[in-house]
Unconditional design. Structure first.
Length: 286
């Protein structure tokens, strides 16, 4: 799963790129207005109720900007927070705090929104054995943070990208000449390349479910945009022959009956594209 790509190297690479985008040749606002060496403290103020995420990311960002900054962390990743809570304090050179401020808040606000939404959906299906998955419907160059936030919120990461799993969607199958042709060609390709990757196949109806089962070598069958009744039938047909994933337009109103069909996974693109960011600010301590 994608969580294995949340390494120090990948996190630091993301931060380096994000800071380069923001700072370029210098944070002129801070450099121009604040005397060099000025020391100060700022605190992270939570302005919404939710699940906090991005604290460790913030720690990495502050360290990258200025390793001499010190943090007092009061709320950890995954903790429930409420309006008025203080998440952390950061102390050190004032200009360094301000240079890091926006990237820290961009990550914390968005990651906390994702973690909160993930937690809320997870609570709805907690009475089932179904696991909640994210998707590749992420913000370009921000995927590492978004998938990290899903994990913090209690969800599971699907594949990180196109390289770490084979997912044969409807277009793949249609272009290849059908599910059977698509899967057989994929198995030959993986053997030739010496790759040990899981294969998932999207299906749109019971006929395609049966075809995906009969061709063999499929690890996961996706049940895409099916009615609850059709999904129940598909889950019964598949049994324990492979894992199942429900997908397609899943909302708070539909997720419970879908989970109750017995599917192994439910993937929700909205976790990373339709969440509401938590309101969080960083303010100087007077």
């Amino acid at each position: 799963m994608a969580y294995q790509y949340l390494t120090e190297e990948n996190i630091n690479q993301f931060i380096k790129s994000a800071l380069e985008e923001d700072i370029r040749e210098g944070d002129h606002s801070s450099l121009a207005s604040i005397p060099k060496g000025t020391q100060n403290t700022a605190q992270l103020i939570i302005k919404d109720d939710g699940v906090l995420a991005g604290v460790e990311m913030a720690r990495h960002i502050f360290k990258a900007v200025d390793p001499h900054l010190t943090l007092d962390i009061f709320k950890k990743d995954g903790e429930r927070v409420k309006k008025g809570d203080i998440g952390m304090k950061v102390s050190g050179e004032a200009s360094s705090i301000l240079t890091a401020e926006r990237l820290v808040l961009n990550c914390l606000q968005r990651m906390s929104g994702i973690a909160t939404y993930t937690h809320n959906l997870n609570q709805l299906i907690a009475h089932t054995s179904t696991k909640l998955l994210d998707t590749r419907k992420t913000t370009p160059n921000f995927r590492i943070a978004e998938k990290w936030a899903v994990k913090i919120g209690g969800g599971q990461n699907h594949r990180f990208g196109l390289f770490d799993m084979v997912m044969l969607k409807d277009n793949h199958n249609d272009f290849a000449g059908g599910i059977t042709a698509s899967v057989n060609s994929t198995r030959q390709y993986l053997k030739y390349k010496g790759l040990d990757l899981r294969i998932e196949v999207e299906t749109r109806n019971i006929k395609e479910v049966k075809e995906a089962l009969s061709v063999g070598g499929v690890d996961v069958i996706m049940l895409d945009n099916m009615s609850v009744e059709m999904m129940k039938e598909a889950v019964q047909i598949i049994g324990n022959q492979c894992e199942t994933e429900a997908s397609g337009g899943i909302t708070e109103d539909t997720i419970v009956p879908i989970a109750e069909t017995g599917v192994n996974f439910i993937s929700v693109g909205a976790l990373t594209h339709s969440y509401k960011s938590l309101d969080i600010s960083l303010k100087a301590v007077s």
